[in-house]
Design a protein around this ligand. Structure first.
Ligand code: NCD
Length: 307
């Protein structure tokens, strides 16, 4: 996985996770020396983003890279240029790394076939979101003391697993870190992969607390990936009753996570977002260090930085 492209966390190993999180930690402590001076990082975001886009940009700029950002609006994509032609163009302009966010599953993998630059998947449809899962592990490791402390802890992944690229990255990452994972979701929001994952399914967040969850990882209800003809939940209020993380779930020893953006009052209540149990701001903050480490690996400077 820790080659040049960062496309998926499926099959990631504990050692690979540890390497990248170690590098992120060294970088966060200000001893990283991860210089991307002379490297060109292109951010190609064809789907909305706040946290991911900003933290990739900060990560690249703080390390001294030349950064180019393109989005659908304002680029030749608006004139109908394809993803492949866009990538070929960025390659010809000297990109060392291309960070791709796209509404289609497999977009980053497709892009990687058409460029010598490293491709970093910043979210492809309902596919994968590897850097989100890495920053989640980084934030959680910091909260519990270390990466090794994650081993044996229980995490309940709650909500719209079906449409979540975050779930498809974070579940293998939690498992590789030695955590016990359960899903809390209605049948209609469970993906076909669940058969292969073989995870226990719990009927509500209350049950996740009874199961002994150390971490409640709430997922956003992905309204933009559902059609009005096939709503997957009978009502938002009913969904929130069973799958929303609320004040009554708060415990001193239970951490609450969410990748953002949050639908307050749906998958998580506003007071929980702001509570001491919430790791949400720490997750966002972890993005810069983790994405610096990812860009260092992607552009081939990581070995130098670690040495
Ligand atoms: C996630 C995404 O875009 O996949 N957000 C993020 O990157 N922080 C999760 C989501 O949109 O629900």
């Amino acid at each position: 996985m820790l080659s040049r492209n960062f496309l998926t966390l499926e099959g990631v190993s504990r050692e690979e996770l540890r390497d990248i999180l170690d590098l992120a930690r060294v970088h966060a402590a200000g001893h990283g020396g991860l210089s991307l001076v002379g490297r060109t990082v292109c951010l190609a975001f064809f789907e909305a983003s706040t946290r991911t886009a900003v933290s990739f940009e900060l990560a690249a700029r703080r390390a001294g890279a030349d950064v180019i950002s393109i989005s659908e609006k304002g680029s030749a994509v608006q004139k109908g240029e394809s993803l492949i032609d866009t990538v070929v163009t960025l390659d010809a302009l000297g990109a060392d790394a291309i960070v791709v966010r796209h509404p289609s599953v497999g977009a980053a993998r497709l892009a990687a076939r058409y460029t010598d630059a490293a491709v970093v998947n910043a979210g492809d449809g309902c596919g994968q979101h590897p850097t989100q899962a890495l920053l989640d592990l980084h934030a959680l490791s910091n909260a519990v003391g270390s990466f090794d402390e994650l081993c044996g802890r229980k995490v309940a992944v709650v909500g719209d697993v079906l449409h979540s690229r975050v779930a498809r990255s974070v579940i293998p990452a939690f498992q590789a870190a030695g955590m016990e994972v359960a899903l809390v979701a209605p049948e209609t929001l469970l993906p076909s992969e669940n058969g292969a994952w073989e995870l226990p399914i719990l009927p509500s967040v209350d049950d996740a607390i009874d199961w002994g969850a150390d971490v409640l990882y709430a997922l956003r209800l992905q309204n933009e990936r559902m059609t009005s003809e096939s709503p997957r939940i009978p009502s938002v209020a009913e969904y929130a009753r069973y799958y929303g993380v609320a004040r009554r779930h708060l415990r001193d020893d239970v951490l609450v996570m969410h990748p953002g953006p949050v639908n307050r009052g749906v998958e998580i209540s506003g007071d929980v977002v702001l509570s001491d149990s919430s790791l949400i701001p720490a997750q966002v903050a972890a993005g810069v260090a983790v994405r610096s480490a990812v860009l260092a690996y992607a552009t081939g400077v990581a070995q130098k930085a670690v040495a």
